[in-house]
Design a protein around this ligand. Sequence first.
Ligand code: 13P
Length: 248
Amino acid sequence: MRKILAAGNWKMNNTPSQTEAMITELRDKVAGAKNDVLICAPFVCLPAAVKAAEGSNIKIGAQNLHFEDKGAYTGEISAQMLKEIGAQYVIIGHSERREYFAETDDTVNAKVIQALKYGLIPVLCCGESLKQREDTVTFDFIRSQIKIAFRGLSKEDALKVVVAYEPIWAIGTGKVATSEQANEVCSDIRNCLAGIYDQETADGIRILYGGSVNKDCAAELFSMSDIDGGLVGGASLKCDDFSIICNA
Ligand code: 13P
């Protein structure tokens, strides 16, 4: 039985002091929440986030990592650093990183492997552009993202990964995919994973939907057969809204 995960991706928002205030407010609001709760904060906010979330049901994650252990990679952050600071999850391959920071399916695969090596749970993002949807290549494109991202992963490791389906045209646009549209793709991702591994493994992997998830549409999205939660941008910056999503 897959438990619903409400994951907030703060992106480049909130300072360390704002992080402390926000998590302190959120922890009371989501104490006893129905869903698992995760906040993915900017690197420098992680110590404050971990401290403020201590003893609560809020898990803390990062938004990126480097695929090497250490070395001459100015400005980068390693899995070991994240682990030591108390992060438990890490977003990998968000479309904004693919678009603005030239991440490729191969670097995404390397990062997934690196995260697992250090016991971090990857939140692996995939999703098509509006042009790809219009060209009716959505399923082929996402299957190729998934196949490369999971390359070399054992069944045991695959089961630890959380997949987030985020259609690029729905991110930050207020244009939510319909629950049928979202579920159709999440279900195809699961079929793809069943092809790589087996049905049992595919059935054990959590697949989230992301893209303008808000307090009003979350419950319907999360009720769909193959949607196991949400990766939430804008609405995760509002404590009241996000706490509703954590109970949706
Ligand atoms: P919004 O919820 O702001 O559309 O962002 C979605 C997203 O990119 C989460 O990773």
